[in-house]
Design a protein around this ligand. Structure first.
Ligand code: SF4
Length: 717
C-alpha cells in the first residue's frame, strides 16, 4: 500500500508532563486533555518500535532522510539517562536505512552541560522556547507558583550559544500582541539564534485569540518584518522567509503557511499515532488516529481521513480560501486555527484578516526592484571570472544595500545635522565615501543594537563627503578612543576629548585640538587605487588581529609586492583583473602567517599578512576576491533554499571555498605548462557534486554550480 505522500517529519512525545505552566500551551491549557491518560515518559521499547516503523516507512517510500523532534511536555524532564537510551533506540532502529536529522524542542530550564554533551555526541539540534525579553517571556512562561523562568532560559541559551553553537538550532517565540514587537525582536536577535520562529498563539473560531483591533497580529508582525528587512535579514525568520519564498513561486517553509501537503506525524508517549499537536486546541480527542506503533504501520496511519485531508493542497480548503488572492502564500493558515463547531475545519483561519494583511505587506515590500542580475552576468560570474558588466551589477547591488542600511540607521536615530549635510552633497560623492567597506558592517552593528553609544561615524562620513565635494561645513563629532576617524580620509588624534569640532573650508579639514593626523594611504596598481586600511577601528573583524599603522617603509614594501603581483595577474590571466578592480577597495594589514580573509559585511576589503613573494600574493588576492564576489552574489540572489538553513551554513562555506579554488586552479594551471590542474579540478568537481546533491540549492543556485562545473569540465577536456 502506498501513501499519498511519505511522512518525513516525526514529533516524538518522550515526556507528557512539564515543569512550567505556560497559560498559552496547547498541550495542557486547551480542549484536548488526553495527556492525563498517557504514560509520563516514553518507554525505550516504545521508542525502538517507533524507530522500526519509521525505518519500514523510509524503506517502502524510498526516503533517505527523516526529521525527528524529541518533544513533550518538557522532554528534558526525562533526564539524561533516559534521553540517552531513547536516542540510542531511535538511532539504531533507522541505522543503515535512512539518515536521521534529530532535534529536541525544550523550554530550556533544565538544560546543562551534561545534556549538551549528550546532544552534541548524537548531533541533536536544540531549539528553545522564548517569547522575547523578560517582560514578554514572564507574561506566560512561568512556573506553577508564578515564578519567572526567564533567567534559567537565558542561561540555557547562553550555554548553547557560547559552548555548543553547533547544536543551537534557534528560538521559538509565541506571539502576544500586548508585547512590544521591536523589543521582542531585539531580545530574540540578541541571542544570536541561527533561526527564529514567530508562532501565532493557538486559537479557533470557538476560542478566538486576544485582540484589541481587527489586524493586531498583522500589524505586530509587520513592525518586526520592516525592522528585520532594514537590518538586512540578519537571521532567518521562517514566517517571513516562507511568504517571500511562496510569493516568488518557491515552496512554503513552515507547516503554518502555504499549500505544501503536510508530511508530519506525532507519536505520543504510549506509542499512539496522532495528527499535528496544534489540533489539540480544537476539541477533546481531536488529534487521535486510533492507531499505534505496535499494531499499525505508518502506511496504514496515512489512510486516516484527517491526515489525508491535510495532503490535498487547495482542494482541502474552504471555498473562501480557494478564492483568496493570497492562497499560495497563506494556504488557509495553520489547520488547527480553522476550527469552528459545526463546520469543523472547513473555514478560513481565525487569523484570516491578519494573514492577508501581512502577506500583502511582505509582498509589497519585497517586490520593490531587488537588484536584478541579468542572466548573462550571472553566468559569466559563475564561470569563474565575470565580465566588467557583471561586476558593475554587483557593485550597484552593494551600493543599494549600503544606502538602505545607512538610511535605516538614520531612520532609527532621527533627524541630525550630519544627515542634513549629507543630503546637500551630490549623491555620487556621498556614494564614494559610503563605499568604504566597513560602513556596511557599522550600519549592521548599529541596527542590531540601537542602544549602543553613537561612535560618530555618520558625522564622520558627512565630513569626509563634504571635504571630497569641496564644500564648507562645521559639525560636532564624538571622539572615540582618543580619535576621530574619517573614512577614506584619515585618523585625527584628539587625546582627552569626548567630542570635537570638525571644520571643512573649501574641502580642507581642520579638527579642533587634533594633536596628530594619520592619512589613509593608497597602493597604486595599474591605475587602480587600493586603500591600505590600517586606521579604521572596525577593521579588526576578519577573525585575525589587525596590525598597527604601517611605517612609510613598510607601506613602500607593500606597494612593491602588490605592484609585482598585479603585473603577474595582468600578464598571466588578465581576465581576472576586472574581478580584482571590481571588488577590491581596501586591504587591512594583519599579523600572523601570510594568508588572507574576507568578511561578508565588509564587501571590498581583505585582511592580509603580506607574503614575501608576489606569486603567493596573487593566489591570496584571487582567492579572497572570489569569496567577496560570491558574497556579493549571495546578497542579491537566493542560491540556497531558505528551508535548508541548517545545511546551508556548511554548504555555503563549501561553495565559497570551491569558487575561490576555481580561480586559484586556473591561475596555477596557466603558470605551469606541465601541470594541467586536472587533479585539483577533479577535487573541486567532487565538492560541487556534493553541493548539488545536498538539496539545499535553489534553481538559480543549481544553475550557478553547474556553470562552475562546466568550466572545470572544459579544463579537464
Ligand atoms: S488569507 Fe484567509 S481566506 Fe486567504 S487563504 Fe488565508 S485564511 Fe484563507
Amino acid at each position: 500500500m502506498r501513501t499519498r505522500l511519505p511522512f518525513r517529519q516525526f514529533v516524538l512525545k518522550v515526556q507528557s508532563r512539564c515543569d512550567l505552566a505556560c497559560d498559552h500551551c496547547y498541550v495542557y491549557e486547551h480542549a484536548d486533555q488526553s495527556w492525563r491518560g498517557k504514560p509520563i515518559t516514553m518507554a525505550v521499547e516504545t521508542m525502538a518500535q517507533v524507530a522500526t516503523r519509521i525505518g519500514e516507512h523510509a524503506k517502502s517510500q524510498g526516503i533517505d532522510r527523516v526529521h525527528a523532534v524529541l518533544h513533550g511536555g518538557e522532554p528534558l524532564l526525562c533526564g539524561p539517562e533516559r534521553l540517552s537510551a531513547l536516542i540510542h533506540a531511535l538511532e539504531s532502529g533507522v541505522r543503515g536505512i535512512c539518515d536521521l536529522d534529530l532535534h529536541i524542542h525544550t523550554n530550556g530550564v533544565l538544560l546543562d552541560r551534561r545534556l549538551c554533551e549528550l546532544f552534541r555526541a548524537h548531533d541533536v539540534k536544540v531549539g528553545i522556547s522564548l517569547d522575547g525579553d523578560r517582560a514578554a517571556n514572564d507574561r506566560h512562561r512561568r512556573y506553577r507558583d508564578g515564578r519567572s523562568s526567564f533567567d534559567k532560559v537565558a542561561r540555557a541559551i547562553e550555554l548553547l550559544r557560547t559552548g555548543y553553537p553547533e547544536i543551537y538550532s534557534g528560538l521559538l517565540c509565541t506571539i502576544d500582541v500586548r508585547n512590544d514587537p521591536i523589543a521582542v525582536y531585539n531580545a530574540l536577535v540578541s541571542h544570536d539564534p541561527p533561526a527564529i520562529d514567530l508562532l501565532l498563539p493557538h486559537a479557533t473560531w470557538d476560542d478566538p485569540p486576544f485582540r484589541a483591533g481587527e489586524t493586531d497580529y498583522a500589524d505586530w508582525l509587520a513592525a518586526i518584518f520592516d525592522k528585520w528587512l532594514a537590518d538586512g535579514r540578519p537571521v532567518p525568520i521562517r514566517t517571513f522567509d516562507s511568504i517571500i519564498s511562496t510569493s516568488r513561486g518557491g515552496p512554503a517553509l513552515t507547516e503554518s503557511l502555504g499549500l505544501e501537503p503536510s508530511d508530519l506525524l506525532v507519536v505520543e508517549t504510549d506509542g499512539t499515532f496522532e495528527q499535528a499537536d496544534s489540533i489539540k486546541i480544537a476539541f477533546d480527542g481531536a488529534p487521535e488516529t486510533g492507531k499505534d506503533v505496535f499494531r499499525h504501520s505508518i502506511d496504514q496511519v496515512a489512510e486516516h481521513e484527517g491526515l489525508a485531508a491535510r495532503q490535498r493542497g487547495s482542494d482541502g480548503l474552504s471555498a473562501t480560501c480557494r478564492a483568496c488572492p493570497v492562497l499560495d502564500s497563506c494556504g488557509g493558515g495553520l489547520f488547527a486555527h480553522r476550527y469552528r463547531t459545526g463546520s469543523g475545519f472547513d473555514n478560513p483561519s481565525v487569523f484570516c484578516a491578519d494573514l492577508k494583511k501581512l502577506i500583502e505587506h511582505v509582498e509589497r515590500r519585497v517586490s520593490a526592484p531587488r537588484h536584478p542580475v541579468p542572466r548573462a552576468a550571472l553566468r559569466s560570474i559563475a564561470a569563474g571570472q565575470g565580465t566588467v558588466a557583471a561586476l558593475t551589477v554587483l557593485q550597484r547591488g552593494q551600493r543599494s544595500i549600503r544606502r538602505a542600511l545607512i538610511a535605516s540607521v538614520r531612520g532609527q536615530a532621527g533627524p541630525s545635522p550630519e544627515w542634513d549635510l549629507l543630503c546637500r552633497i551630490e549623491p555620487a560623492i556621498v556614494d564614494e565615501v559610503f563605499a568604504h567597506p566597513y560602513n556596511r558592517l557599522w550600519a549592521v552593528d548599529r541596527l542590531r543594537d540601537p542602544d549602543r553609544r553613537d561612535d560618530g561615524r555618520l558625522a564622520a562620513l558627512a565630513c569626509a563627503a563634504a571635504a571630497r565635494a569641496g564644500m564648507s561645513a562645521t559639525l560636532r563629532v564624538p571622539v572615540t578612543d582618543g580619535a576621530v576617524f574619517l573614512p577614506t580620509v584619515g585618523r585625527y588624534e584628539v587625546p582627552g576629548a569626548s567630542e570635537t569640532t570638525v571644520e571643512i573650508r573649501d574641502g580642507e579639514i581642520t579638527v579642533e585640538r587634533a594633536a596628530a593626523v594619520r592619512r589613509v594611504r593608497r597602493l597604486e596598481l595599474g591605475g587602480h587605487p587600493l586603500m591600505i586600511e590600517d586606521l579604521d577601528p572596525l577593521r579588526d573583524r576578519h577573525g585575525r588581529p589587525a596590525a598597527g599603522r604601517l611605517t612609510d617603509e613598510q607601506a613602500g614594501h607593500w606597494q612593491a609586492v602588490f605592484g609585482a603581483a598585479w603585473d603577474i595577474v595582468a600578464d598571466r590571466c588578465p581576465e581576472y583583473l576586472p574581478t580584482l578592480t571590481g571588488v577590491l577597495s581596501a586591504v587591512v594589514p594583519v599579523v600572523g602567517e601570510p594568508a588572507g580573509s574576507s568578511a561578508r559585511n565588509a564587501f571590498g576589503s581583505i585582511a592580509l599578512a603580506l607574503p614575501p613573494d608576489p606569486e603567493t600574493l596573487c593566489v591570496l588576492l584571487l582567492r579572497e576576491a572570489q569569496r567577496i564576489k560570491l558574497g556579493g552574489v549571495l546578497d542579491m540572489l537566493d542560491l540556497f533554499e531558505p528551508r535548508a538553513s541548517t545545511v546551508s551554513v556548511d554548504t555555503q562555506r563549501l561553495l565559497s571555498d570551491s569558487y575561490a579554488r576555481l580561480a586559484v586552479t586556473d591561475f596555477r594551471r596557466r603558470r605551469s605548462q606541465g601541470w594541467s590542474g586536472i587533479e585539483a579540478a577533479t577535487d573541486v568537481k567532487a565538492t560541487l557534486d556534493s553541493i548539488l546533491a545536498s538539496g539545499s540549492l535553489t534553481r538559480l543556485g543549481r544553475g550557478f554550480v553547474e556553470e562552475m562545473r562546466r568550466t572545470l569540465d572544459a579544463w579537464s577536456a
